[in-house]
Ligand binder design. Sequence first.
Ligand code: FES
Length: 146
Amino acid sequence: MYSEKVMDHFQNPRNVGEIEGASGVGTVGNAKCGDIMRMYLDIDEDTQIIREAKFKTFGCGAAVATSSMATELVKGKTVEEALKITNKAVMEALDGLPPVKVHCSLLAEEAIHAALWDYAEKHHIKIEGLQKPKSDISEEEETEEW
Ligand code: FES
């Protein structure tokens, strides 16, 4: 049911923890399943490159695996590049997820956006294409097919 990569990132999640004095912190949840994800980003203000990413997830195995992969994917990217990382990219990097678990990857995408939003607000900058993230993604899900 789960790919080897999903199992690996679930059992040995990368970048678990917090970043003290993080440049941006984002928390998102899904009221339907009750899962919550928090992402911390350390961003170089001159280059806008994400130096470090960490996460804490209170959620299912797929949520842990997608947060782990999402933090791996954003590291070394600029904020604009990180914004373009979709839940599909996270799923592809994990060799896929079962259909009922696709929403878990949406949590990871939105957690990145929330952390970037926090960074932009704190530094009074605008990140092109970044929209105000939802704190509860289950509203969006209602209309999605999965
Ligand atoms: Fe909700 Fe996985 S079951 S995030």
